[in-house]
Design a binder for this molecule. Structure first.
Ligand code: UTP
Length: 286
């Protein structure tokens, strides 16, 4: 079985739900406390064993490339000022993995973004992590999923249980239980209302895929919003192929939504010893 070495991170979307903050800066660069969202995602990938990160990017997302590159002038000034820990921190970012970039010329949808990465992925299984889906977990969510892949050698979707009132926001799994945190996927339904949802298991921005998915995406079928959707391609995939969903241990935040992003900021800040006490006091007061 081939090892999962590469991760595709699509970051070419418009980020319209976050306007005006995303007019001139990528949504994925919004900071969660003091680190951009995209750095959490890359750190999760690397901690899961990924060696090569393939960003699907666009002309308005240059800040992401700069973030994962060296910053010579800044490094020079930090060295002059003797700020060693800041310098080490900066250099670590660009040394985390091998970074590659491919442009999605127009935002035709998540499925199209993944298809754009095909020449860099080649003929091997790969991971996909969405640039604004943060999962706070002791064992990285992707690592939990790769363990499932290593056992079964099939596609693995990362899932979490959502409230019935939330199913219309996600791709929802029709599950066949295997064990405590593992189900076989019978089918996947895009954004069903509570009454039509086959379960409350939502796909939340983490995938281990095999190159077969490219054959389906190549057909370029448009779905919701006139976009080429990854969920539609997966729905076709599961008609003919078996696959699994891993109900990872961890807390999920959809940081593309303003309210979820605010919750993530509060949660992550409360975990920081230097802010915890003051912030708790402040939150109680207001
Ligand atoms: P989203 O739908 O959450 O991002 O896609 P968006 O389209 O940027 O945001 P809104 O809905 O307009 O607010 C999930 C991820 O897929 C990328 C996005 O950058 C995001 O990280 N994406 C989406 C692409 O790379 N290309 C696309 O055509 C669409």
């Amino acid at each position: 079985m081939k090892r999962i070495r590469k991760a595709v991170i699509p970051v070419a979307g418009l980020g319209t739900r976050f306007l005006p903050a995303t007019k001139a800066q990528p949504k994925e660069m919004l900071p969660l406390v003091d680190k951009p969202l995209i750095q959490y995602i890359v750190e999760e990938a690397v901690a899961s064993g990924i060696e090569e990160i393939i960003f699907v990017t666009s002309s308005t997302k240059r800040a992401i490339e700069d973030h994962f590159d060296r910053a010579f002038e800044l490094e020079y000034r930090l060295r002059q000022k003797g700020k060693k820990s800041e310098l080490d921190q900066l250099q670590q970012i660009s040394n985390m993995a091998k970074f590659c970039y491919v442009r999605q010329k127009s935002p035709k949808g998540l499925g199209h973004a993944i298809y754009t990465a095909q020449p860099l992925v080649g003929d091997e299984p790969f991971a996909v992590l969405l640039g604004d889906d943060i999962i706070d977990a002791k064992i990285p969510a992707l690592k939990q999923m790769i363990a499932v892949y290593q056992k079964y050698g099939q596609v693995v979707l990362g899932c979490t249980k959502v409230a019935k009132s939330e199913t219309h926001k996600y791709g929802i799994i029709d599950p066949l239980p295997v064990s405590d945190r593992l189900v076989k996927v019978k089918r996947i339904v895009e954004k069903p209302r509570a009454a039509q949802a086959p379960s409350q298991l939502a796909v939340t921005g983490r995938y281990v895929l095999t190159p077969e998915i490219f054959k389906i995406l190549a057909k370029g079928r448009k779905g919701a919003g006139g976009e080429i959707q990854l969920t539609d391609a997966l729905a076709v995939y599961f008609k003919n192929h078996p696959g699994y969903a891993c109900v990872y241990q961890g807390d999920y935040y959809d940081c593309g939504s303003k309210l979820e992003f605010i919750k993530a900021i509060v949660r992550f800040s409360l975990k920081r010893p230097e802010f915890k006490k003051e912030l708790k006091k402040y939150l109680k007061n207001i």
